[in-house]
Design a protein around this ligand. Structure first.
Ligand code: GLY
Length: 576
């Protein structure tokens, strides 16, 4: 748990250093035709290179995704999973689900001891925490179906970065000190040079990863059905993990219908289950639509109070209803119904906080009553940073929002031996025991219990917003459950407070997730405001900075692409 706390506080240090060492972005990056925003400049440039070579936004997104697996091993990945939301210039939308799956040998109680208690860290660190990875399948599927260039061309920037190496930024070198990486000899050898840790500015080369990427470029099927699948399974089983070559062979990408809503006339297109992100986001926005937030004022106590109350209610529903739609019936239509949002809104006291334990769901839909379960007592846990998001728009107006993850920073910390890539700890996103919080302090219900072949519930929220039917925003972030409220903060910043996309990404964030019953706030929200919130009955907790919004807006007048990489981190938006 020590490393979690360190990771959580670090972005504050990074942001302060960034402010001092380089001009922090206060304006979006302007480009007339195309833009990529990601957490690492080299990954953004990989996408740009591919568009300049004639590729479309999907080609670029896949190039950025593979490049992130090289330059951002904290969350960029081959051994994890993700969601890709596409809106083509013609207006069709596609959602590609390549979330990890539980192996066939997984059982509901695999992380419980003989007394039925959750075994600490078992679903977080090491071989048993690994879910069947989906990223390679998802990126290959997306590129082959919606891209234009030969797959090998799209892989070329990532292969070069792994082969030639790249200079490590101070914070990336620092994060490689992760003590859990040290526990696994292959991870210690590759990422920590057997204890001779990399320093800022040193070139980090990854020859095994370069070879793996070359093999995937030549034969993408190898990862799931060939020699590479057998190597991955053997490496995991040698360490006591459950994944077999058969699990890899059975992995399938799913195309799903994105969820859709509206907010003050803007169209919202977002992630469906097994993500909770789109449903929770639309539910929050439905509740907020009934308030004139602009009148209360940006980051005023009234506006934070009402927004946090909307967050609280959507997170209660998230806990009860959401999971893998292939295994549990999810009442999507009811949860994102505007009537349901209005009913929730009428339960909000404009002057007082609603204690989470006293919340009662509005009884307007019988289906929701039928699915509802009881909530045991919570306990709060620290929340790590994790996951990564990137956004792309190409010259034709195709847009892609991708959020991808290993779950924790560096995932399970296990590197696939001989293959040079890290494997996820996504099994922690299941409810190991119903009613007991996971690493994010989140309580979850039976819809998200562990089961063979199931996909764990996610908070990843790649989102596209239309204005007057035209592409307007491409949004997303990292941050565990804070992903959802980060996207909501950014969207409300643009729509209600008239911020430009960079201002909205930079603005101080606040978060409520039903339990623990607290409003978490970033620095930058005034002590007077916090006092007013406390007087309304809220518990406020000031923390460091969190999340990483990597977003793009389209200027409705000029059609320019406006890229916004989060001021809190080291990413970059690049365009042409
Ligand atoms: N592992 C983070 C998420 O999927 O929400």
């Amino acid at each position: 748990m020590e490393s979690r706390r360190k990771v959580f506080i670090r972005p504050l240090v990074i942001a302060l250093l960034a402010c001092v060492a380089q001009a922090a972005p206060t304006d979006p990056v302007h480009a007339p035709r195309a833009m990529v925003a990601s957490v690492h400049e080299l990954a953004s440039r990989a996408g740009l290179e591919i568009m300049q070579a004639g590729g479309n936004a999907i080609d670029a997104a896949v190039a950025t995704g593979f490049a992130l697996a090289v330059v951002h091993p904290q969350a960029g990945n081959l051994g994890g999973g993700g969601f890709m939301l596409i809106r083509t210039a013609g207006g069709s939308t596609h959602f590609i689900d390549y979330r990890e799956k539980a192996p066939a040998a997984a059982t509901a109680h695999m992380y419980l001891d003989a007394q039925g208690n959750v075994i600490e860290n078992a679903s977080l660190v090491g071989y048993k925490a690994i879910g069947v990875p989906g990223s390679v399948a998802g990126m290959v599927y997306g590129q082959k179906k919606y891209g234009k260039l030969p797959f090998e061309r799209v892989m070329a920037p990532a292969i070069k970065l792994a082969h030639d190496g790249f200079p490590l930024a101070w914070e990336d070198a620092d994060e490689l000190h992760d003590p859990n990486l040290t526990k696994f000899p292959e991870s210690r050898r590759i990422f920590q040079r057997d204890g001779n840790y990399y320093r800022s500015g040193e070139i980090f080369r990854q020859p095994e990863l370069a070879r793996t990427l070359e093999r995937i470029a030549k034969n993408p099927d190898d990862f799931y059905h060939g020699e590479m699948a057998r190597e991955i399974a053997a490496a995991i089983q040698k360490g006591g993990g459950l994944i077999t070559a058969d699990d890899l062979a059975r992995y399938e990408v799913k195309e799903r219908e994105p969820v859709r809503g509206t907010y003050r006339g803007y169209e919202i297109i977002s992630a469906p289950p097994p993500s909770s992100g789109g449903i929770a986001l639309i539910e929050m926005l439905n509740i907020l639509e009934g308030y004139d937030l602009a009148k209360f004022g940006n980051r005023s106590a009234e506006a934070i109070h009402l927004t946090a109350e909307a967050f609280r209610r959507a997170f209660l529903d998230r806990a009860e209803f959401l999971g893998d739609p292939d295994f549990a019936k999810i009442p999507v239509a009811q949860l994102i119904d505007k009537k349901y949002g209005a009913a929730w809104r009428s339960s909000i006291d404009p002057d007082h906080a609603s204690p989470s334990k006293e919340l009662h769901r509005p009884g307007i839909f019988n289906e929701l009553e039928r699915y509802a379960t009881l909530h045991p007592q919570p306990r709060a846990l620290p929340e790590p940073e994790n996951t990564t998001h990137y956004s792309v728009i190409d010259p034709q107006g195709n847009a892609v929002a991708v959020t991808t993850t290993l779950n924790d920073n560096f995932g399970s910390r296990v590197t696939a031996e001989g293959l040079g890539f890290l494997l996820n700890d996504e099994m922690d996103d299941f409810a190991s025991k119903q009613g007991v919080p996971n690493a994010y302090g989140l309580i979850q219900g039976p819809a998200n219990a562990i089961g063979p072949g199931k996909r764990p519930l996610s908070a990843m929220t790649p989102t596209i917003v239309l204005k007057d039917g035209k592409l307007f925003l491409v949004l997303g972030s990292r941050g565990g459950p804070r992903i959802i409220t980060t996207v909501a903060n950014i969207l409300v910043g643009v729509v209600d407070y008239g911020m430009d996309i960079q201002e909205a990404v930079n603005a101080p964030r606040f978060h409520h997730q039903w339990l623990p019953d607290k409003i978490f706030v970033e620095p930058g929200i005034s002590p007077d405001t916090l006092k007013l919130l406390d007087n309304m009955g809220h518990k406020t907790e000031k923390q460091g900075y969190w999340s990483d919004g990597e977003c793009i807006a389209v200027d409705p007048k000029t059609n320019e692409r406006l890229g916004a990489s989060d001021i809190r981190n080291n990413g970059k938006a690049v365009g042409f």
